[in-house]
Design a protein around this ligand. Structure first.
Ligand code: PLP
Length: 406
């Protein structure tokens, strides 16, 4: 049975260009901190990868700290400014109620440091309430955390407006960008850090086709932040530990390749020299003949348009409100765990926001924050699409979902 993978938001399959870059880097020996030629060669590869990422993300070389992923980057973005803060009156930290666990999970540590954590409510589609954020903000707030788009629902957040509100009170804005790189933000247009206005932003390599276990934190020049991982002097003393050379090289190569795939319209991770003369030609044949959309957006659209909406309820009905590659839905009366297992048995891999811990299904904190009941918050299904998802796969998956929903 050919499996259909609709869980790209959990982790995207590794990109071909990234695999090749990592294979080449694996031939190198040494440690980037060493003075000898082998060490210097490793340092060059890391510097090149950082420079490429900085160029693609729209920041300067020195503003990117390479980490073990978005979780570590988020921890650093929250704990680092809290450690560096010299003003005891700035003792409050605001987070949107729908942040990823890697953000919300920093609460106990921050509380132990004397900070008060407050959750900012969201509306029915999971968008942070700017009126509530504005009302909560004053000169006692050190930092505001609002993610760029929600990883469960795909809902875009008004980061630019949130950053302006935070900055007006002298607070920092941290934005978790793990899911959004390459997508077009409805407020700022094409992805770029400058337009976003955040002081800190986190990234995860495996969400854009790089390897797992590597990511980055953008720290705007001049932001007061202390290191969390101390020890060696790596990453300009901001993040100790021998660099993950293969991961870093793969992450940067995947970022470039994924963004070029989006720009060229193929959506595929095909190296430029292997693309056909037409942007829609992959080395393996014509994309249209293969049933491939130019990118994940078409597959996601095809999926959503095939659903029986009377039985399958879309959580964010207006596509303009969400990331194009994520479709979140509920089938009233059927919990997510049952659906994930049934679809898995049919050869379809999807995600759900409801975590299963110690044998019982936990409701999604995101759906609860949107005002859903406990039972409804256990019904969330996340279908996420990638450049290699075919329209045919999307249609088959929708038919299977419809069948189970009857
Ligand atoms: N933030 C968001 C929004 C995510 O979706 C994820 C991944 O699930 C993370 C953070 C964590 O990323 P990583 O796996 O790199 O630690």
């Amino acid at each position: 049975m050919n499996r259909i993978y609709l869980d790209w938001a959990a982790s995207a399959p590794m990109n071909l260009v990234a695999k090749r870059a990592m294979a080449a880097a694996s031939e190198k020996i040494g440690n980037a901190s060493s003075q000898h030629q082998e060490g210097r060669q490793q340092r060059t590869l890391i510097d090149e990868a950082r420079a490429l990422m900085a160029m693609k993300l729209g920041c300067s070389f020195g503003e990117l700290i390479l980490t073990s992923g978005a979780t570590e980057a988020a921890q650093m973005a929250l704990i680092g400014p809290a450690l560096a803060n010299k003003n005891p009156k700035r003792n409050r930290i605001l987070m949107s109620a729908v942040e990823h666990h890697c953000v919300l999970g920093q609460t106990p540590w921050l509380e132990r440091m004397g900070y008060q954590i407050e959750l900012i409510p969201v509306d029915r589609i999971g968008r942070v309430r700017l009126d509530e954020l504005s009302a909560a903000l004053d000169e006692t707030v050190l930092l505001v955390a609002v993610m760029h788009a929600n990883n469960e629902l795909g809902t875009w957040q008004p980061i630019k407006a949130g950053a302006e509100l935070a900055h007006a009170q002298g607070a920092l804005l941290f934005c978790d960008c793990a899911q959004t790189v390459g997508a077009v933000d409805p407020w700022i247009g094409a992805w770029n850090l400058e337009g976003l206005g955040a002081d800190l932003a986190s990234f995860s390599g495996h969400k854009w086709g790089g390897p797992q276990g590597v990511g980055a934190l953008f720290i705007r020049a001049g932001t007061a932040i202390d290191p969390v991982l101390r020890g060696g002097g790596q990453e300009r003393e901001m993040r100790a530990g021998t660099e993950n050379l293969l991961g870093i090289v793969g992450m940067a190569a995947a970022l470039e390749s994924t963004l070029e795939g989006l720009e060229s319209g193929t959506g595929l991770d095909v190296p430029p020299e292997e693309r056909g003369s037409s942007p829609r030609q992959a080395p393996h044949g014509n994309l249209r003949e293969m049933g491939l959309g130019p990118n994940e957006n078409q597959a996601a659209q095809a999926f959503a348009s095939h659903l029986h909406l009377a039985r399958v309820h879309l959580t964010v009905p207006n596509p303009a409100d969400r990331l194009p590659q994520i479709v979140h839905a509920r089938i009233p009366g059927i919990d997510a765990e049952t659906m994930v297992i049934r679809l898995d048995q049919e050869g379809i891999a999807i995600g759900s926001g409801a975590a299963c811990s110690s044998g019982s299904l936990e409701p999604s904190h995101v759906l609860l924050a949107c005002g859903y009941t406990m039972a409804e918050a256990k019904e969330g299904l996340r279908f996420s699409f990638g450049p290699r998802t075919t329209i045919q796969e999307a249609s088959i998956a929708a038919e299977v979902v419809n069948r189970f929903a009857l």
